[in-house]
Design a protein around this ligand. Structure first.
Ligand code: E4P
Length: 214
């Protein structure tokens, strides 16, 4: 499974990149708004750290505008994936941009037919938001299971990015289903590494090491 970081924060990206397990980054306008840096500079700076796919979101709503915005965003580098919300206009734009070899990440997916249509239009990635579904009382992971199963049935090359992850179990369950990618907030990424018994074990071993004759 590939690990993407769901952030636009350069310190977080630099840190996780240094762990040696980072495959890509996803951003969105809300994450961008938290950073005190002009948008284009931020995209460029992320590109200097990450060689894997970097998702950057379009905010246009009509297909011709999404296409123009997507082309402009893609100029920032060959690893830019243009994020487009799933709408009819978004589908039209996805078909055109994908046809030009631009990676499209269809975002704000909340149902399996939405994912199926995005794959059919040529999206490189689909991003189902599981945490937001859990928040409203639906089982987000059921959606991942359906999408992964559908894509397998027809050998769609579209990769499933499990998005809106809230805790480590989301990552484990996504891996058991066989989702291609999890995009994970920094705080959850840290929780994936840590366990109190590991900390306790290190503390005890270090204490005992002090008693070993050298
Ligand atoms: C995915 O690409 C989105 O940036 C993200 O996962 C949204 O998650 P949220 O529900 O925590 O905002």
């Amino acid at each position: 499974m590939k690990f993407f970081l769901d952030t636009a924060n350069l310190n977080e990206i630099r840190d996780v990149a240094s762990w040696g397990i980072l495959d890509g980054v996803t951003t969105n306008p809300s994450l961008m708004a938290r950073e005190n840096m002009p948008f284009a500079d931020l995209v460029k700076a992320i590109g200097e750290i990450v060689s894997g796919p970097i998702s950057v979101e379009c905010v246009s709503e009509r297909a011709p505008d999404i296409i123009a915005e997507g082309r402009a965003l893609a100029k920032a580098g060959p690893n830019i994936a243009v994020k487009i919300p799933i709408t009819i206009e978004g589908l039209k734009a996805t078909k055109v941009l994908s046809g030009e070899g631009i990676m499209v990440n269809t975002t704000l997916i909340f149902s399996s037919p939405q994912a199926l249509l995005a794959a059919k239009a040529g999206a490189k990635f689909v991003s189902p938001f599981i945490g937001r579904l859990d928040d409203v009382g639906q089982d987000g992971m059921e959606l991942i299971e359906e999408i992964v199963g559908m894509f397998e049935n027809y050998a769609f090359p579209t990769e499933v990015i499990v998005a809106s992850i809230r805790h480590p179990r989301h990552v484990v369950e996504a891996a058991l289903i066989g989702a291609d990618i999890c995009t994970i907030p920094y705080a959850v990424m840290e929780k994936l590494v840590k366990h109190p018994l590991t900390d306790l074990g290190i503390e005890r071993f270090l204490k005992d090491w002090g008693k070993v004759k050298k």
